[in-house]
Design a binder for this molecule. Structure first.
Ligand code: P6P
Length: 343
């Protein structure tokens, strides 16, 4: 029987290979995974969990209608992690401000940002959703935990990951030494290593964007998509396929698995509202960018590397253009050419 590597075995071996590792990150990740398993159970029950389905009568700080499962998943994530002693605080898409770990629990060196149930608009139609998380270190010498402590650029991330609740439940994780994929074995409750050392192909013929907003796009994005649509007779010399799940975790997992480019770019609607984009920097763009870069891809706003943005607010939104190196770099180059023409 082939030797299966459980997540605990994998992360323990990773820990042993770090000479100064204390085991605190391992301890925190085990509780993050416990939260994901509980959320997987909830989402897996679907319409059978009638009290969990449908809209809550509330909006989050983003002004988005919350689903009952958004709120439940947020509560589960907090409950599973706040006691462990490795965290000082957490910030979530579903909470206006950060949540310091209550005084009844010991505090630790890490901070975590998370989107407990990304793509939740898909829950009622039984399409994949996911949890995204990013782990930072609490700045030295600070005793209180405030929003400002989470405003760290993406290059400061210690770890990032997502759990995809799809036909199977998959965890994809990076600690800065490559990307590894694990599948939940529902018979044992273990996450088992199934996709070691994930790499994104440099080239792709698959793009992912919400085409219904094309009239609002900026010229460099429109130029790239028009070239994709032109197919092999066009300047890119190949035919493209288009996929849009409207669940970032599912769309990013696809490009991690077989290449591609995912774009939620800046557009005229957002500019008119003074928004920096649709997706949130701290708990969507940064963790996905860390994962994509560690898998050999590129993660840009079109004008700068996402992980080099210095955050100014907890729920800051940014444009996201991530995936296969050569595809993303082409879009970045089109942004550069457009800027030069305006200069
Ligand atoms: P649209 C889900 O709400 C989300 O934040 C991402 O997961 C997803 O990629 C995007 O928004 C979908 O946006 O405008 O197509 O509904």
């Amino acid at each position: 029987m082939s030797q299966r590597t459980s997540f605990y075995k994998f992360i323990s071996e990773e820990q042993r290979s770090h000479p100064f590792s204390s085991g605190k990150l391992t301890g925190l990740l085990l509780e993050v995974l416990a939260a994901c398993k509980r959320i997987a159970y909830l989402t897996g029950n679907g319409q059978l969990s009638s009290q969990a389905m449908g809209a809550a009568d509330s909006e989050n700080v983003q002004g988005e209608q919350q689903k009952k499962l958004d709120i439940l998943s947020n509560e589960l994530f907090i409950e599973s992690t706040q006691w462990c002693g490795y965290l000082s605080g957490m910030a979530s898409e579903e909470m206006d401000h950060c949540l310091p770990v209550p005084d009844v629990y010991p505090r630790g060196k890490y901070l975590i940002t998370f989107d407990p149930l990304d793509g939740s608009s898909n829950i009622d139609i039984n399409v994949s959703v996911g949890t995204i998380f990013s782990i930072l270190e609490m700045p030295d010498g600070e005793t209180s935990v405030e929003d400002r402590h989470f405003l760290q650029s993406g290059v400061k991330q210690v770890c990032a990951g997502y759990c995809l609740y799809g036909t199977s439940t998959m965890l994809v994780l990076t600690t800065g030494r490559g990307v590894n994929g694990f599948t939940l074995d529902r018979s044992t409750g273990d996450f088992v290593l199934t996709q070691p050392d994930m790499k994104i192909p440099d080239y792709s013929n698959e793009y992912s964007i919400n085409q219904s907003y094309s009239r609002h796009w900026e010229p460099p994005v429109k130029r790239y998509i028009d070239e994709c649509l032109a197919g092999e007779a066009g300047p890119l010399g190949k035919n493209y396929n288009m996929r849009w799940v409207a669940s970032m975790v599912a769309d990013v997992h696809r490009l991690l698995s077989r290449g591609g480019i995912f774009m939620y770019p800046m557009d005229a609607r957002m500019a008119a509202k003074g928004q920096g984009g649709k997706l949130r920097l701290l708990y969507e763009a940064n963790p996905m960018s860390f994962i994509v870069e560690q898998a050999g891809g590129v993660a840009s706003t079109g004008n700068q590397r996402i992980m080099e943005i210095n955050p100014t607010s907890l729920h800051q939104r940014v444009p996201v253009i991530i995936g296969s190196k050569n595809e993303v770099n082409r879009v970045v180059d089109y942004h550069r050419q457009a800027a030069a023409e305006c200069a």
